[in-house]
Ligand binder design. Structure first.
Ligand SMILES: NC(=O)c1ccc[n+]([C@@H]2O[C@H](COP(=O)([O-])OP(=O)(O)OC[C@H]3O[C@@H](n4cnc5c(N)ncnc54)[C@H](OP(=O)(O)O)[C@@H]3O)[C@@H](O)[C@H]2O)c1
Length: 287
């Protein structure tokens, strides 16, 4: 089947990389947030009528986790109403692929979260993303939802770019060492997305991150080590491990963000790489 794809938020961190990695025989229409506001019902109706897509990929999101604590309405509009409008306006046989987050979990579990584990978000961002998942599952049970975590890329502002800047400017840095997850390359996730596109039988919730476990402190330590090796940093500075309580933020984050990918590995016949290898690829792109 020849795919005709509408990509919502085609110029965000993940959206850009999905465009970049598009298979040559795929027809893709990528919209920016300016051309297509996911909260505008009329735009959904117009675009889907005009293009008759076979698949809609939604990467749009309100992703400012701390700001969401005081901007409930904006977060829920983009993260919950948005997916509901996609579901309501999409043509009957059109597949919907949507992205969600580890922040739907409270992080209290002592092992990696399975897609079937109970969601219990700690933050407004997490609650709004969960509301979006639930709307999609209610309105279009055939949708595909890919939850991911700790995303970064060479092209957008993220933890890596922030760390590199601070490591170049400061004499020492404190980094949280009691939240665990898996740093995940958005470049790798974009490739994984295309494996999902290729198999229309994959419905329901799937988890994807790179392989391995790290705290933010571990992640920063590895960024510094690799960046020094690659010549992206000139000097080594001391990194201090601190607890979340020493770095208070408006939104509470899960202590455990690990996602169990067993079901995904089988579904797409691919299990990705250790996060340190993906980090190396991205740092080389930055160099
Ligand atoms: N980044 C992470 O660490 C992370 C972790 C777990 C899950 N995720 C999920 O992964 C997906 C992709 O995230 P990302 O890192 O690519 O985030 P991102 O770079 O912040 O991209 C989000 C995109 O959504 C667009 N957007 C915001 N409001 C919109 C609206 N009303 N209508 C249409 N588009 C709108 C933004 O456009 P503007 O920039 O023009 O506002 C931006 O292009 C999201 O579902 C996110 O929740 C991300």
């Amino acid at each position: 089947m020849k795919e005709k794809i509408v990509l919502l938020a085609g110029f965000g961190q993940l959206g850009r990389l999905i465009q970049e990695s598009k298979p040559t025989d795929t027809e893709l229409y990528a919209f920016s947030s300016r051309d297509f506001d996911i909260c505008n019902r009329a735009q959904h109706e117009l675009v889907y009528k005009d293009l008759a897509p076979t698949t809609i990929i939604n990467t749009s999101a309100y992703t400012q986790v701390d700001k969401a604590e005081t901007e409930h309405e904006s977060a829920f509009a983009v993260n919950a109403l948005g997916p509901a409008l996609v579901a309501e306006a999409a043509p009957k046989d059109c597949r919907i692929i949507h992205f969600s987050t580890d922040f739907v979990f409270d992080g209290a579990k002592l092992s990696a979260y399975k897609p079937t584990d109970l969601a219990a978000p700690l933050s407004i961002y997490g609650a709004s993303k969960l509301a979006g998942e639930n709307k999609l599952r209610e309105l279009r049970p055939d949708s595909t939802i890919i939850r991911t975590a700790w995303l970064y890329s060479a092209e957008a502002k993220n933890f890596i770019t922030t760390m590199l800047k601070l490591m170049a400017e400061r004499d020492a840095l404190s980094v949280v060492n009691d939240q665990f997850g898996t740093p995940t390359s958005a470049h790798g996730l974009a490739e994984v997305l295309w494996r999902f596109v290729a198999n229309r039988d994959l419905k329901g919730i799937y988890h994807w991150t790179d392989q391995g476990v790290a705290s933010w402190y571990d992640f920063a330590t590895e960024i510094q080590k690799q960046a020094l090796d690659l010549g992206l940093l000139k000097k080594k500075i001391p990194l201090h491990a601190i607890s979340s309580s020493e770095y208070p933020t408006p939104a509470q984050r899960p202590k455990n963000s690990l996602l169990d990918k067993t079901v995904t590995y089988e579904a797409i016949n691919f299990s990705g790489k250790p996060w340190q290898e993906e980090l190396n690829i991205v740092l080389r792109r930055l160099g």
